[in-house]
Write a protein that binds this ligand. Structure first.
Ligand SMILES: NC(=O)c1ccc[n+]([C@@H]2O[C@H](COP(=O)([O-])OP(=O)(O)OC[C@H]3O[C@@H](n4cnc5c(N)ncnc54)[C@H](OP(=O)(O)O)[C@@H]3O)[C@@H](O)[C@H]2O)c1
Length: 326
């Protein structure tokens, strides 16, 4: 499968490393092309990361019929525009999270993809990784009794990053980090949320710095998550049940799962299989879905992409936070 990347930035490098690792272990992936707004940058990236072709314009690259899948690795504010460009050129897409800047943009992209019959997936990597099934099986086994409450946090010191502080780049902690904690809650407790409460600390630029979000489910369970671009936290996720609790070491990349009883005695310590970077699972999911002629990945179906985008829109509405493109 020939993979092309739009945007030769930070995360594009991580994807390149992943693809090299997949290729090295014999998987059918080719580091085919990269496009940057600047040809010299694309050429330097292609050379450093091992891509066959470099383009100085996104559109020019998308005309290349050799491409099987485009990884969109630009800021969230530009995902909709860049995905539409891919769709206009008939290219299948794996787009970085947050899927778009708002739900309206997500609806437009998915409607266009449906109309054209083209595959689109969101690169929210935690959805595709083995930990998810492992945690759900442990919870189903009844090892912590009845799961009742979930907590999680994801926070890094990144408020000085342009992509994070600028409203026009869809900045803020929510779309960068909160998207993972909301997905963590959604994967474990589902989406039957009756009410959502939140408090926020804003940056002077008008985007969210730190937020505390509580989701109250119709069946009486609740999830309480924190995201912040101010300072690093421990990134742990915890599911608490009537007879114990389960933790994951990092809601952004859960690699260690531990189960404790109600007396804090460790019952189980489980580690996920060794990873290249963890990005390989989303690439594999796209390869499988494409081979089966599907238009979405079952791990993150379009309905779930829209659910999370609408949830983030609703939170921003609670905070009176508006992006220029809303
Ligand atoms: N999955 C993860 O773990 C993870 C981690 C970090 C980020 N991400 C996601 O990946 C995406 C990109 O993040 P990043 O950290 O890689 O960002 P970044 O380093 O700032 O790179 C973004 C790239 O987008 C391109 N771009 C196009 N239009 C732009 C504009 N108007 N302003 C700035 N850049 C523009 C640029 O590439 P050219 O100059 O080459 O055109 C730039 O290098 C975001 O959606 C982010 O949420 C995911």
């Amino acid at each position: 499968m020939n993979i092309a990347i739009i945007g030769a930035g930070n995360i594009a490098g991580n994807m390149a490393r992943t693809l090299r690792g997949m290729k090295a272990r014999g998987q059918n992936v080719e580091l085919y092309a990269v496009a940057s707004r600047e040809l010299a940058k694309a050429q330097a990236f292609a050379e450093a990361e091992g891509f066959q072709k470099a383009y100085g314009s996104y559109e020019e690259m998308l005309k290349d019929d050799g491409i099987d899948l485009v990884y969109v690795a630009t800021p969230h504010s530009h995902h909709a525009e860049h995905m539409k460009l891919c769709l206009e050129h008939g290219r299948a897409i794996l787009c970085e999270k947050a899927f778009t800047g708002n739900a309206r943009q997500a609806e437009e992209v998915l409607a266009l993809a449906k109309e054209k019959g083209i595959f689109v997936a969101e690169a929210i990597w935690t959805r595709y990784m083995p930990w998810r099934q492992m945690v759900l099986e442990l919870l189903d086994s009844g090892i912590i009794g009845e799961p009742k409450v979930l907590t999680g946090n994801l926070a890094y010191s990144m408020e000085n990053k342009e992509r994070v502080y600028k409203p026009e780049l869809a900045g803020g902690a929510l779309l960068d980090l909160g998207v993972y904690t909301l997905n963590f809650a959604s994967m474990i407790f589902g989406d039957d949320v009756e009410r959502m409460e939140s408090t926020v600390q804003m940056m002077s630029s008008g985007v969210d710095l730190t937020e505390n979000i509580s989701l109250y489910y119709r069946d009486g369970r609740s999830a309480h998550v924190v995201s912040s671009a101010a300072a690093r936290m421990d990134r742990r996720g915890l599911v608490s049940g009537t007879e114990g609790y389960l933790t994951v070491n990092n809601v952004n990349n859960p690699t260690v799962i531990e189960v404790f009883d109600s007396n804090d005695q460790l019952l189980k310590h489980v580690e996920v299989p060794e990873q290249i970077t963890g990005f390989e699972y989303q690439v594999e999911a796209c390869m499988k879905a494409l081979a089966e002629g599907k238009l979405e990945c079952y791990e993150m179906p379009h309905s779930e992409i829209l659910y999370i985008m609408r949830q983030m829109d609703a939170l921003r509405a609670q905070w009176g936070m508006v992006y220029p493109f809303d």
